[in-house]
Design a protein around this ligand. Structure first.
Ligand code: PMP
Ligand code: GLN
Length: 379
């Protein structure tokens, strides 16, 4: 019998709900992935590179042109100064970058602060390396951060704070003031911060993304993680990146080289070319805002109470007027009986907190969203 390293962990909710959606032939608004294809131009670039011999190992740190495009993009958007040779690394998805930051940094008994509801991979990864997660609950229903609580929870053992902005699953985004509060707190401590910014280009209502890359004076303690899966509707390519100051990056690379070594080669060349046209990512907010509005408009005609979505491609809704079931049972019921799969919000809380909320993903064709609304209207 194997002694489990993660005795309290079962299969991730995303796999569970996607399988249930398939089994019951339901519309999958659960797991976060688009049901439309990516731009043909990007597919053609991938085909071009894989048909022309770009099929062997990429450099461990990622191909030069892609690293360069990323550091240039960050310089243009946030005035940051990352060196394309020593301070950026291509990874096999944001997940691998996050796992690797934790493996690089966390020793047994180190404390890691996360904000709940939290993306589900943070805690198990920390625990795999013997770290202890200290959760802070985002204040419901606004999902705002209590910075006093953050200050109180930071101890001499706190090694890392993980912040996901724009936030999955709450759809909340940080303001300039929030960023300033983080800056003030970090300056008083010596802990590191992992900024999971995979939804960087999905912010709504003219609100700008507040990247932690703007905190130039804290560059040596902040790690920025991004995902091309989310950026270009290619979640299956599993390609992302990390930006960090050189001394941390040296340590990160030691772990990375024995974790995955390098990342899919033709995708890197394709993405490096595709990034040359900035409208390929700067138009994303408008694209998803239209989908958000279409979906929320429909949802508000049902018995759900819709919560705000300021960014990401998720929106939450309270179903108290429909059912008393716990949220995991309600999500199951909705999938089986009304053919719409969602994610119960409790899956993102350590203590499985149940606010009677489910998360919908609106990164779908308009028709998919309207079909789902039709089903939900009959509730
Ligand atoms: N962080 C967050 C908040 C996510 O929602 C996801 C899912 N895409 C990831 C990280 C992982 O990204 P990737 O698919 O590039 O590994
Ligand atoms: N990030 C996606 C979500 O939140 C899921 C990714 C995954 O399935 N691991 O739904």
């Amino acid at each position: 019998m194997i002694k489990s390293k993660l005795p309290n962990v079962s299969t991730t909710i995303f796999s569970v709900m996607s399988k249930l959606a398939i089994d019951y032939n339901a519309i999958n608004l659960a797991q976060g992935f688009p049901d439309f294809d990516t731009d043909e131009e990007l597919i053609n670039l991938l085909n071009h590179y894989s048909s022309n011999g770009y099929n062997q190992y990429a450099p461990m740190i990622g191909i030069e042109k892609l690293r360069h495009s990323i550091t240039d993009k960050f310089h243009k958007l946030y005035k940051s100064n990352y060196d394309y040779q020593t301070e950026v690394n291509i990874t096999s998805g944001a997940s691998q970058a996050i796992f690797n930051v934790i493996s690089t940094l966390i020793h047994p008994n180190d404390e890691v602060i996360i904000f709940e509801p939290a993306y589900d991979m943070y805690q198990p990864c920390v625990e795999l390396f013997g770290g202890k997660v200290v959760p802070i609950e985002l204040k419901y229903p606004e999902f705002s951060i209590d910075f006093n609580e953050l200050e109180q929870k930071i101890t001499s053992k706190t090694k890392l704070i993980i912040v996901n902005n724009p936030n999955n699953p709450s759809g909340k985004i940080l303001t300039e003031n929030d960023l300033k509060s983080f800056e003030d707190i970090l300056k008083k401590t010596d802990c590191y911060l992992l900024a999971d910014e995979v939804y960087e280009h999905i912010t709504f209502d003219e609100q700008e993304h507040q990247s932690f890359a703007k905190l130039h004076s804290l560059k040596d303690r902040i790690f920025i993680v991004g995902s091309f899966g989310k950026l270009f509707h290619i979640t299956g390519w599993k390609i992302g990146y990390i930006l960090a100051e050189e001394s941390f990056m040296n340590e990160f690379r030691k772990c990375h080289q024995f974790n995955t070594f390098s990342t899919h080669t033709p995708s890197q060349y394709a993405l490096a070319d595709y990034l040359e046209n900035e409208s390929n990512y700067l138009n994303l907010s408008k694209f998803f805002q239209d989908k958000r509005d279409l979906f929320i408009n429909g949802l508000s005609q049902t018995k759900f109470d819709v919560l705000p979505s300021e960014g990401t491609y998720f929106v939450n809704a309270n179903y108290s007027k429909i059912s008393d079931l716990p949220d995991n049972e309600f999500a199951e019921f909705l999938t089986k009986e009304y053919k719409v799969a969602t994610i119960p919000l409790s899956a993102f809380y350590n203590q499985k907190k149940d606010y009677k909320i489910v998360r919908f993903c609106f990164a779908k064709k308009d028709k998919t969203l309207l079909d789902a609304i039709n089903n939900l209207m009959t509730l």
